[in-house]
Design a protein around this ligand. Structure first.
Ligand SMILES: Cc1cc2nc3c(=O)[nH]c(=O)nc-3n(C[C@H](O)[C@H](O)[C@H](O)COP(=O)(O)O)c2cc1C
Length: 413
């Protein structure tokens, strides 16, 4: 394991990279990195009909790779990790190292990397260096790949397995780019391929394999799907309770009943994803579904302190103003970015998410920010000061039961 020091900081931080080919962003700040991530096309797409008969075939043909020992190993691993319940969901360009570290500071007990493209990851050193960075404190960690070729997926997974606790397969991306690339939720049309991806990793990696899925429109199809994944060797299943068609997270509620049904029909740990906007949702979801943990995505982007019990004013009905606001969190995030460099496009995205409401009050500050073709940390810190001088302050709120109910050791709430 190699340690690289960041000259931008007085404190010495270690960023982990591969022994021979570095996986981390250069310790020099990455300015003006071009928009190269091929996974960011967020357009809508027509839906294909799913042939549910193929699901039954796959289950019946499935070689029983799981059995008692796989279930036992899955639980032993999960227990060793402390049974994390509060987890940062995978987000392209958004769940990168500094953001994960910020969320961990505020209560997240595990985190996913953004989805990495397995083929590009195996082929391109620059992609590896810019898109996957981690550090010793960044654990437990799920590294997520999209893939449609078991050999390529394994090659990519082998590179990261020393630095993570799960290699995760993205089976839920519903975007047009996933349809074009034949991965993510579009593999729901080709379950034999999904099975071969899971089996390939399960039988060749030292770390367990996890999968993140969406639900089928019909519950029985989702159940068969989950069972097939478990039999193929999936050691942990994250279920996003929306179908491939239900792309608008804000408009469509996730189906916790379907998640509960999955939890009750398979034996490996199950995580729920969807509708987690504050800690009340966490408690409700754990209680209603019986899952082992929850993922949050969009709401964490606005409020990375969500898992520490903080909430945005939108959800503040019975709470008190806290001594923390989104600008404080942004400043903390920026400092982490100085320690753990990332492409500026990721920083831009987080500025918009964390300061969205502040910008609405002072739109000219947003316009000036958008007009910057090249950002610097100095500009960003000054921008926060300027907003404060203009009198903008939107405090977060905190309810009186921050973390007591959900312990990292998995004890009951
Ligand atoms: C900006 C953004 C990027 C995302 N990227 C990924 C990804 O890389 N892999 C993945 O499995 N899901 C991805 N998702 C989906 C989330 O992980 C999650 O399933 C979805 O947003 C529902 O959770 P939420 O209701 O808490 O937002 C992304 C979501 C957002 C908002």
């Amino acid at each position: 394991m190699k340690y690289i020091l960041s000259p931008r900081n007085t404190s010495i931080k270690s960023i982990i990279s591969l022994p021979t080919k570095p996986l981390m962003a250069s310790s020099v700040a990455l300015t003006q990195i071009q928009d190269q991530n091929p996974l960011r096309d967020l357009g809508d797409e027509q839906q294909q009909e799913v042939d549910s008969s193929s699901i039954t075939d796959v289950v019946s043909q499935s070689r029983n790779l799981s059995g008692e020992s796989l279930i036992e190993r899955a639980w032993a691993h999960w227990t060793k990790l402390g049974k994390p319940k509060l987890i940062v969901a995978p987000m392209v360009d958004n769940s990168e190292l500094p953001f994960r570290m910020l969320c961990r500071k505020y209560g997240a007990q595990a985190a996913y990397t953004p989805m990495l493209h397995s083929r590009i990851f195996t082929e391109t050193e620059k992609y590896r260096r810019e898109e996957f960075t981690t550090c010793e404190e960044d654990r437990p960690l799920f590294v997520q790949f999209c893939a449609n070729d078991p050999d390529i997926l394994l090659e990519a997974a082998k590179r990261v397995e020393p630095y993570c606790d799960y290699v995760d397969i993205n089976l839920g991306c519903p975007q047009r780019i996933a349809r074009r690339g034949n991965y993510g939720a579009f593999l729901m049309d080709n379950l034999p391929l999904v099975k071969s991806l899971v089996e390939k990793l399960a039988s060749n990696l030292n770390v367990p394999v996890s999968c993140k899925i969406r639900v089928f429109p019909k519950l029985e199809d989702t159940i068969k799907y989950a069972k097939m994944l478990e039999e193929a060797g999936c050691s942990l299943l994250a279920v996003h309770g929306r179908t491939r068609d239900e792309k608008d997270q804000k408009k469509v509620r996730a189906d916790w009943k379907a998640i509960k049904a999955v939890k009750s029909c398979i034996r490996v740990p199950v995580l729920a994803n969807g509708n987690i906007r504050h800690m009340d949702d966490v408690h409700d979801c754990l209680r209603e579904t019986g899952v082992d943990g929850v993922l949050s995505a969009d709401s964490l982007l606005e409020n990375p302190a969500l898992f520490a019990g903080y909430r945005t004013p939108e959800w503040a009905s019975v709470s008190e103003e806290a001594n923390l606001d989104q600008a404080d969190l942004l400043v903390e995030y920026l400092k982490l970015c100085e320690t753990y460099p990332v492409p500026w496009r990721m920083i831009r995205a987080h500025v918009h998410k964390m300061l969205g409401e502040w910008f609405r009050i002072q739109p000219h500050v947003r316009e000036d920010f958008n007009a910057q073709s090249k950002l610097t940390f100095e500009y960003l810190y000054n921008m926060v000061d300027q907003l404060r001088e203009l009198g903008v302050r939107i405090p977060l709120h905190q309810k009186n039961f921050p973390l007591s109910g959900v312990q990292a050791n998995g004890s009951a709430m």
